[in-house]
Design a protein around this ligand. Structure first.
Ligand SMILES: [Zn+2]
Ligand SMILES: [Zn+2]
Length: 857
């Protein structure tokens, strides 16, 4: 008994001894990637309280270890005493149980103090390693007496926050860490990782740029020579301006010094990019771009306390849209700030504090000789500040106007959600030191075919420039004259009796009802060409004029027509053959105009040999597609996608006729928002000159019409737009507090889509994507949305968002809807909002809808 007990005690003793030797050994072999948890610690050393985050706490810089070699050549033994001011501190061993060394526990809970941690590591193989460090708060690190890392300022502890390449020699290596404490938690976590330049350079901060108070920018590389020698043969540096022009400012070679001033050649505050190309000793090249700012930063006050020292300058020769944009700018600025911004001409003397609208005497003086007048029709634009002046420049037609609206939107937060709802945030004061933006359209002709989007003021503000036919709009539009025009040019009432041969031969008979034209008849070519010319003279404002098939099938089967169709392997062959001839005949007289034709339904498949002429635009229609999934991802859309790609290959220009609503039920939920962006991107990739997004165009009341019209406008301008951000912004801006619930409903609706649920233009109320459970959940969300609505106006917007759900309920549960108030409420909202179409067919559809409810028992 006794012996056994003794043995247990002995073993316990030996085990503890072993642990002591193992864990508290002063020299420890390098164990890559393991947390270093045993250290010699010394502290707390009282520092001075400081509020600066750019510098360490007061007295941090003092070397407290000078008696034993100092911070750069320290020797530590257990129990070693350091004299610090009038007191003494003793080095002691500490082992933490996890990755973190908790200095609050181990050293002190005081604030505004520092501690040292010391460690010796034995290394078998010399080379470059990565020292990983996280500290709370700032600190400094020495490896073998060389400072390799420094972080001033407060921060929370994140293991692996900083990765520092370090050179470790064979044998003993000394690690000294100094960590300061500003309050709250105090501690650090450290380990040594294997070095891999490829992964390291993507994560670590090999180079850093610091902008000093003076405005000078410094490139810093705080590692010793040995590492540089082992990593790089040479390093090339290039500085570009960080804007659209990306102008080269300076080029040179890295001095391999710890600090190097970056010469940007100007003291004006600006944004730059440093491009580092490092030629590695292992033969590889490594490239990184670091954005930075340099120059004296000066704050300019655009307005404050209802006053401004700025004026708006418009050129003597400004266009109509530039004048209008300037007055819109003036009005918006007044609402935002309460201040009066005068509009003055560029005949006045050029001064500081001008907002210059358009390319004119003042902007050319400000921007210098390098900047030339933009082309009149160039829609791209830029707005930027040059010292205290702000200039907004683009092409005269629309570019400048877009610059002004983009400035109001991006810089001052103005939103034009719908023709009726504009959000203008008011501000006491607006101060800037750097404004710089350049934008250009993703799609040349942008046609947002929503009733809500036809308002010309809203359209101009949201950079919509396309329309079917002509409409008066600031900055003008690029119109598309008509569609399905065969009979418009050649009405059967005028020609059929005397010339039945102008019309389709079907089963041996010339017919005109639901038919097309005989396109190989030379008279047809003459008549259409003549009448097209007349049309172009009568309606000169359009860009594209349609010569296209009627909205049904039955193309001509005569031998001549059929021969071309057979040769081209598609009905589109004869259309292109015909339209090419029309286009040839009008091109001299109308060199800037296009002839458009449809690739639609029976003509969607491209021809095998013939190609559209330079002034022909193919208007390809996506009517058969699935809109639950984008073109590329849905197997049902592959035929369309390959037609699109083939058309894109053979046509100089495509103009897309795309569909974004359910034509059979405008007011029913239609979860297609996820495909809007990828589909527009696919069109852009396939060189589309324009996109028309056909929507609920006859009246208000389309499902999420306001939101979809808005999102489409944003995407047609910028196909890279962050749709989720745009939607969130709209939800909160347009629906106020209720927006969070509308977004919840929106997400619920879109979550009904799975890879197997395809939706088309005729989506039905009994489709499997709608379930009783969905309706119940959606109703609950809308109840909450209505409760939190700020006022009646917003509540009415929420009701409009809810209308599709009411419609769905009326269709799915007519009896219930009749008696539980759903149908009554639906009608009330429809009347209040003046909704005239529930579907493209209008009146007959509405009558059927009401009858179904009335007859429901
Ligand atoms: Zn024919
Ligand atoms: Zn699909």
């Amino acid at each position: 008994m006794f012996i056994k007990k003794y043995q247990t005690v002995l073993f316990t003793f030996l085990f503890i001894l072993f642990l002591q030797v193992f864990l508290f050994a002063q020299k420890e072999n390098l164990k890559l990637s393991e947390w270093i948890n045993s250290w010699y610690l010394l502290g707390p050393i009282q520092l001075e309280e400081g509020s600066s985050t750019v510098n360490h706490l007061g007295r941090f810089e003092t070397d407290y270890l000078s008696e034993h070699g100092g911070e750069s050549d320290l020797e530590v033994k257990e129990g070693q005493v350091e004299k610090i001011g009038s007191t003494t501190l003793t080095w002691f061993k500490h082992t933490s149980t996890d990755s973190t060394v908790n200095l609050d526990e181990a050293v002190s809970k005081k604030s505004f103090v520092a501690a040292y941690a010391f460690k010796e590591i034995l290394v078998d193989q010399e080379g470059i390693y990565v020292f990983s460090i996280g500290t709370n708060d700032g600190g400094r690190l020495w490896i073998n007496g060389v400072e390799v890392w420094d972080y001033p300022g407060a921060r929370g502890l994140k293991p692996d926050e900083d990765l520092i390449p370090v050179y470790l020699k064979k044998g003993k290596n000394k690690i000294l860490l100094k960590v300061e404490e500003r309050g709250h938690n105090w501690g650090f976590a450290a380990r040594i990782l294997p070095f891999n330049i490829d992964t390291f350079t993507s994560r670590g901060k090999l180079f850093q740029i610091v902008t000093l108070q003076s405005g000078d920018a410094e490139l810093r590389f705080s590692l010793n020579d040995k590492i540089v020698k082992n990593l790089f043969d040479s390093v090339d540096l290039k500085i570009n301006t960080d804007d659209h022009n990306s102008e080269l400012v300076w080029e040179g070679v890295w001095t391999k010094k710890e600090k190097m001033k970056l010469d940007v050649g100007s003291n004006d505050y600006n944004h730059y990019i440093l491009i580092i190309t490092a030629h590695r000793t292992d033969g590889k090249e490594w490239k990184i771009e670091i954005p930075f700012v340099a120059g004296k930063r000066i704050d300019y006050t655009l307005f404050g306390n209802g006053k401004t020292s700025y004026r708006i300058i418009v050129g003597e020769n400004a266009s109509e849209s530039e004048h209008w944009a300037a007055s819109e700018l003036q009005k918006c600025l007044k609402e935002i700030s309460g201040a009066d911004f005068k509009i003055e001409s560029d005949k006045t003397e050029f001064t500081d504090n001008e907002i210059i609208v358009g390319y004119n005497k003042h902007s050319s003086q400000l921007l210098g000789d390098n900047f030339t007048s933009p082309d009149q029709f160039d829609e791209s634009f830029r707005y930027k500040n040059v010292k205290s002046n702000i200039v907004m420049v683009g092409g005269k037609q629309r570019g400048t106007m877009y610059a002004v609206f983009a400035f109001l939107e991006n810089v001052l937060g103005v939103r034009w959600y719908t023709p009726k709802v504009t959000a203008i945030p008011t501000r006491e004061k607006f101060v800037f030191n750097y404004i710089n933006d350049f934008e250009e359209p993703s799609i040349r002709v942008r046609n947002d075919f929503y009733y809500e989007a036809f308002n010309p003021i809203w359209a101009a503000r949201n950079k919509i420039n396309g329309a079917m036919g002509f409409r008066e709009q600031h900055g003008d539009i690029e119109g598309y004259w008509s569609v399905h025009t065969f009979y418009r040019f050649m009405p059967p009432s005028e020609f059929y009796d005397e010339h039945p041969e102008y019309y389709s031969l079907i089963d041996g008979k010339r017919v005109y009802e639901n038919a097309q034209l005989c396109l190989t008849n030379p008279d047809v070519l003459d008549i259409i060409t003549e009448r097209l010319k007349e049309t172009m003279k009568e309606h000169p404002h359009n860009l594209i004029y349609s010569v296209s098939q009627n909205d049904w099938r039955n193309p001509c089967q005569c031998d001549k027509c059929q021969a071309i169709v057979d040769q081209e392997g598609s009905q589109s062959g004869i259309i292109v053959w015909f339209v090419n001839q029309v286009a040839d005949r009008i091109k001299d007289e109308f060199p800037d105009k296009y002839v458009g034709t449809l690739a639609y339904q029976y003509t969607r498949k491209p021809p095998e040999n013939i190609k559209p002429k330079e002034n022909v635009v193919i208007r390809l229609c996506s009517i058969e597609c699935c809109f639950a999934h984008d073109f590329k991802s849905c197997p049902e859309n592959q035929a369309f996608l390959s037609d699109l790609e083939r058309w894109s290959d053979i046509s100089p220009h495509l103009y897309i006729w795309d569909y974004v609503v359910n034509f059979s039920h405008y007011i029913m939920p239609y979860p297609n928002f996820k495909v809007l962006k990828p589909n527009i991107q696919t069109f852009r990739e396939n060189s589309s000159i324009g996109i028309m997004e056909q929507a609920a165009y006859q009246s208000r009341g389309g499902e999420f019409a306001e939101l979809r019209a808005y999102v489409i406008a944003k995407l047609l301008w910028n196909a890279e737009a962050d749709v989720d951000n745009v939607i969130d912004d709209f939800m909160y801006g347009y629906y106020g507090r209720s927006g969070q619930y509308i977004r919840k409903y929106f997400d619920l609706l879109h979550s009904q889509i799975t890879p197997n649920t395809h939706i088309h233009l005729g989506l039905r109320p009994d489709d499997k994507i709608f379930s009783d459970d969905f309706v119940r959940k959606a109703d609950k969300i809308f109840d909450q949305a209505e409760i939190v609505a700020e006022n009646d106006e917003i509540k009415e917007r929420v009701e409009m968002a809810r209308l599709p759900l009411m419609y769905l309920k009326c269709k799915r549960y007519p009896v219930n809807s009749k008696y539980d108030g759903t149908y009554e409420r639906f009608n009330k909202i429809v009347e209040r909002e003046g909704i005239t179409h529930f579907a493209e067919t209008g009146k007959p559809h509405i009558e059927d809808f009401h009858n179904a409810i009335r007859n429901a028992k």
